[in-house]
Design a protein around this ligand. Structure first.
Ligand code: F3S
Length: 404
């Protein structure tokens, strides 16, 4: 890989040990993927924030980097293992809380903003079309590529952090035109209604696309003003698609800025109403009483919080209920009285975290959510029995304590 004088000097330690280590990671990555050069990045999203995933080794690595490493481009963090301001509401082990605080402090010294959200684009880290990024967090990566038309590979935590400390990422994969061209076409005859269905659609497209970039044509979408899927459904689709095997980039006709730039792939698969209905039924069962209801995966928008407040107004939940969002969105919900309405019901509005990265293993065994991505991880890593329902049905479960 070609390096400029500045990049070579950084690698030799001219900007300190942290930047030199970061350059080593980027050069190794570039060599593996045969990148010709490093590209300057506009922003970074760093995953690998929960102490539950990092452990002591990861924490020690961050603290060492933070001795002299500093981010040189705007960079934000993915969710942590707890709500940073009120971890006590989550019933966590104090040792976990202390270590998680050290992780956040190390990232702070590195100059990375503790936005702690998987929707950085709703929290101040908002790319423009064609921006070069180095983002980790598959749902945000997919959203950036496919909805906003920016360009990023699905970075791991270390390579994203390396990009933050140097301002560069290797030019390979989804940074190049060829890799962004769709090679599978999905014609969706089903009519997805809301985020739960769009998550299921992401699951079906992901499972059928074998890691290739998909062109998705949804017959029922006309894309007249306000009739498209909306942010809530798009983020659910972007979260599910790579989780179930798809590439972190798709072209959705009428939404993706580049959707008309490439040819239409020959290989076509149809997703019918019966396919979607079968998926709804397959994922909606639970063996026994629900123990935890979770919404806000990816983190809830203001519109979602408004709808949830209406569904909970005047009621009392009888099942632990978590609604996860980003801190800037919660601040708006606070001002509008939505947080108060939600929390008067006994449900919690949590920031900085989610049920997948919080250390919940062993505490709950039956979960209800509206997130297709969420059920995958709760089942796989958390070993939980899970049910995927609409947000309204999730709230119904929270209020009555059993499946609707
Ligand atoms: Fe976000 Fe956690 Fe879901 S990071 S996408 S809320 S699994």
């Amino acid at each position: 890989m070609r390096l400029s004088d500045e990049q070579r000097a950084m690698m030799e330690g001219a900007r300190g040990n942290g930047a030199a280590k970061a350059m080593e990671i980027l050069v190794a990555l570039g060599d593996i993927f045969e990148a010709e050069e490093l590209l300057p990045v506009r922003s970074v999203q760093v995953a690998g924030v929960s102490y539950g995933n990092l452990g002591d080794e990861g924490l020690a690595y961050l603290e060492e980097l933070a001795v002299d490493g500093r981010a040189v481009v705007p960079a934000t963090l993915n969710p942590a293992g707890m709500d940073l301001r009120s971890p006590e509401r989550m019933g966590l082990d104090p040792r976990f809380v202390e270590k998680q605080r050290r992780v956040i402090a190390a990232y702070g010294r590195l100059g990375i903003a503790a936005a702690c959200t998987c929707t950085p684009y709703l929290a101040g880290n908002m790319p423009a079309p064609a921006d070069t990024l180095a983002w980790s967090e598959s749902s945000a990566v997919t959203y950036a590529n496919s909805v906003m038309g920016a360009r990023t590979n699905r970075e791991g935590g270390p390579s994203a952090l390396a990009a933050a400390l140097t301002g560069y990422t290797p030019a390979y994969g989804l940074h190049l035109d060829d890799a962004r061209a769709p090679t599978r076409r999905f014609v969706v005859e089903a009519q997805p209604a809301g985020p739960r269905d769009w998550g299921l659609l992401g699951m079906l497209v992901g499972q059928g696309s074998d890691g290739e970039v998909a062109l998705v044509e949804v017959a029922s979408q006309t894309y007249a003003p306000s009739t498209g899927p909306g942010v809530e459904s798009l983020k659910a689709f972007c979260a599910a698609l790579p989780t179930y095997g798809g590439a972190p980039m798709f072209h959705l006709a009428g939404v993706t800025p580049e959707a008309t730039r490439y040819g239409v792939p020959e290989s076509t698969q149809t997703i019918t109403s019966a396919d979607l209905q079968r998926a709804r039924e397959r994922e909606s069962g639970l063996q026994g009483a629900p123990e935890l209801v979770c919404l806000g995966c990816p983190h809830a928008t203001l519109a979602e919080l408004r709808d949830l407040a209406e569904l909970l107004r005047g009621g009392q939940v009888v099942v632990d209920t978590w609604i996860c969002t980003s801190r800037p969105v919660k601040a708006l919900a606070d001002e509008l009285g939505l947080t108060e309405t939600i929390e008067r019901s006994g449900a919690l509005v949590l920031c900085d975290t989610c049920f997948v990265v919080a250390p919940l293993k062993g505490r709950y065994s039956r979960l209800v959510t509206n997130s297709a991505k969420g059920i995958y991880y709760a089942r796989g890593h958390g070993g939980m029995d899970v049910a995927l329902l609409t947000a309204a049905d999730c709230i119904q479960v929270a209020l009555i304590g059993r499946m609707p």
